[in-house]
Design a protein around this ligand. Structure first.
Ligand code: CA
Length: 703
């Protein structure tokens, strides 16, 4: 992997005061509709999530280019206060950078020097971390009219003064008694702040809301799935379309676990058609049989929805996975582009969603133009271009037998930003190959407040490999698990070049006018490639895994490239490999320029904590019970490098301390809530028995 063990030592850089910017009116966060619509011609700034409304994550800046990128070096770094995952894309407005970090905190930074101008902490209740399926991450802020907007992991939307970081308003956007969270970035359209939410793994009903940027008043809300018909209409913008046809696409008592359909990432304003495009997530529970009696398309799960930005009224939809049953989502980044297809100019949406197909969709009416797999997939033969519906492989629905499905719920592409260069005509996708064995959990019972998938992942199906032991099957799946940076031609629907990664969770990408593609990787390396052929031109190694999307901007004529480093997210919680055995250091903002002189100093070497040892003995029944509970409750958050590895935790050797943490919740403010609502003390002790037994197994395997 070539990891160099480095840590921060930033030379105090001369501070460069921003002249004449003393309050909101005098310039901080000065973005309005006209400026946002003209963002393409303003390459010094990075004004919203994907730089412009079209979210291509392409910057025309070319001062740093394929010829001189070898001279790129660190300008400055800013260390964060936690080693939880960092997923945000920073915003840069007129020399000031605004960024969010884990636990929904916000910072403003002098983008040329790294001087921290202000910090904001929304004081999220730490126990809310238990509702975050995929770490307490935040993917970014929005800036508009002197304000900075952030969604918080406890479901609030907060407006801050861009000059000072002072709170202007703070509204609760979800029912905080339910397991909703917010990790996605807001977008602002015509003075309305658009925000979605997350929680479809635990059981919620998805929706998107628009708030007045000045007052924080709710303007409209659109639910993506129907509610309980017994409760009547919601009084929301979505009522009409559920009454007309979408409500009839559901069966059974789907409302009991909310139905899912959260809008947890992609929200795009399409100015040319004056429509708001939102990407809708998976069903809750995942299993179609358990959710909707296996009947109906279940609109608007896994759909792109076009709404009127002023009223939230429905315009059109395109559904990718009717009757979704794998945790597939259409929440992945939507990129707007003008392409020439079969000689005709087309205004399209480009999307590489979880299900592994690359979709090109007409923005005028939501009609599918083309769809081809950008990675391995085994759930569909093809997508029918006449109907827009997939031609599925029936066994993939795991209704009668387990199925090793690829992509799995982690997706062939998750939230990691992709980029599109109009210069090369290529889309740069951080793709993943993560197969997973799905089986119908016939004993599934609703488990309020915890994971609800209706799927069991315990048994890789037989017949996968010669010899066919459970261990051989698992090893086979592990060997199939990897990542690939894919450079995709969206017109020809084919890969032009690609780079294999031996770990799936590879970082977001940035494409530039200098014919460069930047991408970080979880081993802590930040790479620059030639956008035309994928040749590696430059890299920078340090010890923080990188997942987030990079940006580039210019201040006083100097071009910078910035990225957040800090490993975590769903894979950071749930899985790891040999080189991740110790907890990651705190995350960091890394900013580069040609001729930068900042240095990072090596961190002291740190060995992983020893496996827990104990002379206690447990019954086989206890250990088996503990394993089942561990897989049901613990592995989602404790199997990666970010949270404590229980097999290496001293708490496991101390029965009283274990009960205090697991049952009494003494670490609730870290996100480790009491599990007393779901398990009893005997089951907690059984988990401890399994952890000690498994620690002994792993120690033996490593010797
Ligand atoms: Ca999901």
């Amino acid at each position: 992997m070539g990891i160099t063990r480095l840590a921060i030592m930033i030379a105090a850089t001369a501070t460069l005061a921003l002249s004449a910017c003393s309050d909101t009116e005098s310039g901080f966060g000065a973005i309005d509709e006209a400026r946002m619509l003209a963002a393409d011609d303003d390459p010094d700034n990075w004004l919203s999530q994907g730089r412009t409304y079209g979210e291509q994550r392409f910057s025309p800046l070319a001062d740093i280019n394929a010829d001189n990128v070898g001279d790129l070096s660190l300008a400055y770094a800013v260390e964060f206060d936690t080693n939880r995952g960092q997923e945000a894309t920073p915003i840069v407005v007129d020399g000031t950078m605004y960024l969010s970090t884990a636990w929904s905190k916000v910072m403003a930074i002098n983008a040329a020097t790294g001087e921290v101008l202000w910090r904001y902490d929304p004081q999220v209740d730490g126990s809310k971390g238990a509702h975050a399926c995929c770490d307490v991450v935040n993917r970014g802020v929005a800036v508009w009219d002197g304000k900075v907007f952030v969604g918080t992991v406890d479901g609030r939307l907060v407006a801050l003064d861009a000059a000072t970081g002072d709170e202007i308003w703070d509204v609760v956007t979800v029912n905080q008694q339910q397991p909703y969270t917010i990790t996605g970035a807001p977008r602002v359209v015509r003075g309305k702040v658009i925000i979605g939410n997350s929680g479809a793994e635990l059981g919620v009903r998805g929706y998107v809301s628009a708030y007045d940027a000045d007052s924080g008043d709710l303007v409209w809300r659109f639910y993506t799935v129907p509610g309980n018909p017994a409760d009547g209409p919601d009084g929301a913008a979505s009522d009409a379309v559920f009454e007309q046809f979408a409500g009839d696409t559901w069966s059974g008592e789907y409302w009991e676990m909310g139905g899912g359909g959260t809008v947890w990432d992609s929200i795009v304003y399409d100015a040319e058609f004056d429509q708001l495009l939102i990407g809708v997530g998976n069903g809750s529970p995942w299993n179609y049989r358990a959710r909707s009696d296996g009947e109906g398309d279940n609109l608007f799960l896994t759909s792109i929805l076009a709404l009127d930005p002023d009223t939230g009224a429905y315009k059109w939809h395109y559904q990718q996975n009717p009757g979704e049953t794998w945790d597939y989502t259409a929440t992945q980044q939507m990129t707007l582009a003008d392409l020439t297809i079969d000689g005709q100019p087309r205004k399209v949406i480009l999307q590489a969603p979880k299900n592994g197909f690359f979709y090109v969709i007409d923005r005028a009416d939501g009609k599918l133009i083309s769809a081809e797999p950008y990675t391995q997939q085994n759930w569909a033969e093809r997508i029918d271009l006449e109907t827009g519906r997939p031609v599925e492989i029936p066994a993939a629905r795991y209704a009668d037998a387990p199925y090793l499905v690829t992509p799995s719920g982690l997706g062939a592409h998750a939230w990691h930003p992709m980029s599109y260069s109009p210069q090369t005509g290529l889309v740069y996708i951080p793709s993943m190959q993560v197969p997973s064995a799905y089986a119908d959990d016939v004993n599934y019972k609703r488990n309020i407040g915890r994971w609800n998938t209706g799927v069991t992942f315990l048994a890789p199906p037989e017949g996968l490999v010669p010899g066919d032991t459970p261990e051989a099957r698992r090893a086979f799946i592990t060997a199939m698990t990897k990542g690939r940076l894919v450079a995709w031609d969206p017109v020809a629907q084919r890969e032009v070049w690609g780079i294999d990664r031996d770990w799936p969770w590879n970082g977001g990408t940035l494409a530039t006018g200098g014919n460069l593609v930047f991408q970080g990787t979880p081993d802590g390396v930040f790479h620059a490639y030639d956008a035309r052929d994928g040749k590696e031109l430059w890299s920078f190694g340090q010890e923080r895994g990188i997942m987030a999307g990079p940006i580039t901007y210019r201040v006083d004529g100097v071009q910078y490239v910035a990225v957040l480093a800090g490993y975590g997210g769903s894979m950071g919680m749930a899985s790891q490999t040999d080189w991740m055995r110790r907890p990651p250091p705190n995350g960091m903002l890394l900013v580069f320029r040609i001729g930068g002189t900042a240095k990072l100093e090596p961190l002291p070497p740190q060995e992983p904590a020893p496996y827990v040892t104990s002379t206690e003995s447990f019954t086989a029944q206890q250990i088996a019970e503990g394993q089942a509970q561990y897989l049901g409750y613990c592995t989602i958050c404790h199997n990666g490098p970010v949270n404590p590895n229980l097999m290496r935790s001293a708490v496991a050797a101390d029965p009283a301390a274990w009960q205090a943490v697991v049952m009494e919740g003494i670490l609730a403010q870290n996100g480790m809530v009491s599990f007393a609502p779901w398990i009893d003390a005997t089951q907690a002790e059984a988990i401890r028995a399994y952890v000690i037994s498994e620690a002994a197994n792993r120690r033996e395997q490593e010797q």
